[in-house]
Ligand binder design. Structure first.
Ligand code: NAD
Length: 551
């Protein structure tokens, strides 16, 4: 059967494939396209502009059919969302190897990518769309929660109570912003040009209310700010008009960021274009649309710089909006920092990053049990405990029940082994998959985001994600992916991901131990190599071997 149709992963403890690693890949591919999970499932688009899980429906059908029959010593190869081969490997090898959206350096731009995409030769894989470990908006919620907690710690005495955050973009990733702000006690005003994005975030419990106008949004915000009451407000509008207007009228705003899909100029609504006609216009006149989108981004970023000049805390949230604004000729675009150098890098030095898992049973009680296991394993970590508790209360699952928390070197492996033991002991109804976003400590080269402003200037060195993918293959991950582009767009990043299945077997336990040690270990050694003393301390204390320090 070829063509759009509703897709939902099977639940329960009976696999339809020949082994749990294959079954897990099958369920997670299907789960990425579950209408509860994907932004535009009929187009195979999961999140992040045009981030797809499969190139087309024929490829989707071929991948699911292949995964159902794939042997425990075979590996399916996926080239930008299309299965291109099955090879005999061995039981420690990944069952799926994925390469998405990669282009040779000089060709790595949107124009060439679109040309090849139109020819049906490639697809955009984003980070977890084409690598089948997207878990809905919760995935980014935890990172966003951590980031706003760090903003609170840096500027506002440890809480966002009594502050207003102004942002835009309530899509698959950006939709996490309002809840992350209110979880930190603050008020969020979120602009989006798509009424469905606002309604969807309200329906999922990520956004509290919708205002009918900017003025109403700011009135509600001011009232909640002075009462130090958390509140998130969605408002329909174009950010490139709303932000300059709010700046000009002196709106009381303390923090400004953005998560419109600025990484892809064909997914950012230019000023003067109707949202309803946006897709047609972008398809009909991509060059003109791109020029107008970039001009609008320049006005948007100019307003963000204006807020910074007026004393607000302003940061780029990893969507390349500064780079696009600079392409449009705005020369102060990089006056505010990216969120990684501003808040996240110290965590990366400890090998900390987005550890996530999903219950293949479909039973929320499996996640509740693993939540308790995490609380039990790391009793001294207060912010982890606050997150797990709040997430248990506030996060509604999309698709298969899943959880994410940030864990560091040494911690991820302990959690993974505990989960595998729980499956073996029958404490969980079925196996779990353990993976992560490509946005991690040692798996990405992205000079506008994760590797912006590296201490040794190695921002654009892309050997690290390739080594990361290879070490995960060598360590026994169930599927491994190498992508280009991701959240910041073509030509701007290379990154890798892994997913490993905890099916309760001794073999899975050994693989988990190696993968979940070596994968975050890449983050430690990458930051040791770049000269970060925090990473050197972690390596020395936890026994991460770095030959150049052993001489
Ligand atoms: P998405 O495509 O699902 O949503 C983008 C939203 O922006 C849409 O709702 C769209 O209506 C809105 N939008 C577009 N132009 C607008 C405009 N001019 N004014 C107001 N709203 C506008 O994308 P997403 O998955 O939410 O990701 C958002 C961005 O964040 C992407 O660029 C993505 O690559 C990036 N990203 C960042 C991180 C991170 O680490 N911070 C992680 C993943 C993705």
């Amino acid at each position: 059967m070829t063509g759009p149709r509703p897709v939902r992963a099977p639940r329960g403890a009976a696999p339809t494939a020949r082994g749990w690693p294959q079954e897990a890949a099958l369920r997670m591919l299907q789960n990425n396209l579950d209408p509860e999970v994907a932004e535009h499932p009929d187009q195979l688009v999961v999140y992040g502009g045009t981030g797809r899980a499969a190139r087309d429906w024929a490829s989707f059908d071929a991948m699911t059919a292949t995964l159902r029959t794939l042997g425990p010593d075979e590996t399916m190869l996926v080239q930008s969302g299309r299965p291109v081969g099955v090879m005999t490997t061995h039981e420690w090898a990944p069952r799926v190897l994925i390469a998405n959206s990669n282009l040779v350096g000089d060709w790595a731009n949107w124009e060439e990518f679109r040309r090849l995409e139109r020819l049906g030769l490639t697809m955009y894989g984003q980070m977890t769309a084409g690598s089948w470990i997207y878990i809905g908006t919760q995935g980014i919620l935890q990172g966003t929660y951590e980031t706003f907690a760090a903003v609170a710690a840096k500027r506002f005495g440890g809480t966002l109570a009594g502050t207003v955050t102004l942002t835009a973009g309530l899509g698959g990733m950006g939709g996490a912003q309002p809840l992350a702000v209110t979880m930190n006690g603050g008020v969020a005003v979120c602009v989006d040009c798509d009424p469905r994005a606002i309604e969807r975030r309200i329906a999922h419990g990520f956004l509290d209310v919708r205002a009918d106008s900017l003025a109403e949004a700011m009135d509600l915000a001011a009232e909640a700010r002075s009462a130090r009451r958390p509140l998130s407000i969605g408002v329909l509008g174009n950010a490139a008009e709303a932000l300059p207007h709010l700046l000009a009228t002196g709106a009381p705003v303390d923090i400004v960021t953005d998560q419109t899909s600025a990484h892809d100029p064909l997914a950012y609504l230019p000023v003067g274009v109707d949202f309803a006609g946006m897709a047609d216009y972008a398809a009909r006149a991509p060059e003109e649309f791109t020029r107008r989108a970039r001009e609008s981004m320049a006005r948007h970023v100019e307003a963000m710089v204006g807020f910074q000049d007026a004393g607000a805390e302003v940061f780029d949230y990893g969507n390349s909006i500064r780079g696009e604004a600079r392409l449009a000729g705005y020369d102060r675009a990089f006056d505010f920092p990216g969120f990684v150098p501003a808040y996240i890098r110290p965590l990366f030095c400890e090998g900390k990053g987005p550890f996530r898992w999903a219950a293949l049973s479909g039973d929320p009680r499996d996640i509740a049990a693993t939540d308790r296991a995490v609380l039990d394993l790391f009793p001294g970590n207060e912010s982890l405990a606050r997150w797990i508790t709040l997430a248990g209360e506030r996060v509604r699952f999309q698709g298969l029940p899943a959880r994410i928390c940030w864990l560091g070197y040494g911690e991820r492996e302990r959690a993974g082994e505990r989960f595998n033991d729980m499956v073996a002991a029958g404490e969980l109804a079925a196996p779990v998959v353990i993976g992560r976003d490509h946005l991690d400590c040692g798996s990405v080269a992205s000079p506008y985001r994760e590797t912006e402003g590296m201490r040794d200037g190695s921002d654009a060195i892309a050997d690290w994600p390739l080594l990361n993918a290879m070490v995960n293959v060598a360590s026994g991950a169930s599927w491994v992916s190498i992508h280009h582009g991701g959240g910041v767009g073509m030509g701007r990043s290379l990154h890798a991901g892994q997913v490993t299945v905890a099916d309760g077997t001794a073999l899975a336990g050994q693989k988990i131990q190696r993968v979940l040690t070596n994968d975050p270990g890449m983050g430690v050694i990458r930051h040791v190599d770049a000269g970060y003393p925090e990473a050197e301390a972690v390596a020395a204390e936890r026994g991460v071997r770095v030959p150049m320090r052993e001489a």
